[in-house]
Design a protein. Sequence first.
Length: 511
Amino acid sequence: MNGNDPASRRSPSARRAALLATTIAGFGAAALLVAPNLGPQFDFFGGTAQAQNLSEKAGEIAQKPIGFADIVAKVKPAVISVRVKMETKGNSTLNDDEQEIPFPPNSPFERFFKRFGMPDPNSHPEVITGQGSGFFISSDGYAVTNNHVVQNAESVKVTTDDGKTYSAKVIGTDPRTDLALIKVDGKDFPYVKLADATPRVGDWVLAVGNPFGLGGTVTAGIVSARGRDIGAGPYDDFIQIDAPVNKGNSGGPTFDVNGNVIGVNTAIYSPSGGSVGIAFAIPADTVKSVITQLREKGSVTRGWIGVQIQPVTPDIADSMGLKEAKGALVAQPQADSPAIKAGIKSGDVITSVNGKTIRDARQLARLIGTMAPGTTVTLGLIHNGEQKTVTLTLGTLPNEKEAANEPSQQKNQGSEIDVPKLGFSLAEADKVSGAGGKGVVVTAIAEGGVAADHGLQVGDVILDVGGKPVTTPEDVNNNLADARKEGKHTVLFRVKSGGDMKFVALPLGNA
């Protein structure tokens, strides 16, 4: 989350809960049918001669200083209400904080769903329904919505603006971007187009959807920010809008004043469950890429380098002697990955891809994720302080990350020492159960100390200090002393935290 966001400046007791904009309500056990027929050929940007392209018609309307009624009249028929049925386990003993979330734990947006319209835990429900929004993108019934709206659904029904209800089939979902493609059997549906141009901050936008299950609601606002990272996943690149978006708007479109869809509404920040003018939409260019793959294959594949990466902070840049805090720092190349085969090492900084400058780790993840497996790319690196290039062929991003092994309780701390000025205590890794045989383990952290402020935790295993491996706590002290003699202001620690590898730069001013 960006430090300028309102949510990041609130105290823990008042911090805004991040919530998915999906309405959930209790439902009986009536069965809903799913139509298996895929219908006519998918037409992403066009349609049959008989169908209306509402985006093109809306774009013919001249912008007026007040009112959006003409645009709404053109695009609103393409927006649908999406209702799903899914099974859930009734449990009368659950309290508010334990209510079961009907979305899988690997969903990138799970952290933004918290008691958002959940059914009463004392009502022993066996079936629940979810209500969201969506919109047609072709005349033959293909429609876009959110993954979290339809995932795990037993059946899906959509209601169009004219009140007609249809069964729908889930063609494919992509949890990493929270997008889904569904299909209604039929033809000549009114549809809208995904925008080609990126909206500017300050541009007018219109959100249309199904808030609180009411259907067909239109709200207006502006693009208040772009490129938002809300911690949902490695491909975060949300458009932030201030048009009021509420429960049930998930999966609905946000339009520009030409009637093109600039984003798919997916999440809100709210202290109470209602809109406070901070909503997030998945950009149209992301939607195009994902939906095309879902239509063709039913799933999404992404390019994969095979490295754990992290941002290059000013402290890390200083400790590595870099002129600028840019690029993506390789914390650890993964086994049998394209990175290993290309000779990429821990501590390398990836600065470019095919000549395109990489500003940070997030940009690298997004850029590689848009490329197809098997693509050959050239990476610019800083390796041991020198510029170099490597060429590799992208692999396929694995569906699931391997489980991390957490260090267990200490069994014998051996030669433990304190580093009081940095605020931690250390012991040899081979004397701590589950820590492995390399490095030294952080056995205690001083609250409010330098180490705590920079993210070190009890159980972290320190492998390198200042680019030199350490096997005992004395090695850490010796490497810190060497860094001071060299006139360094910060020193870089390579740390294994759970199953992940990372670099932490600690200041030496008082060490």
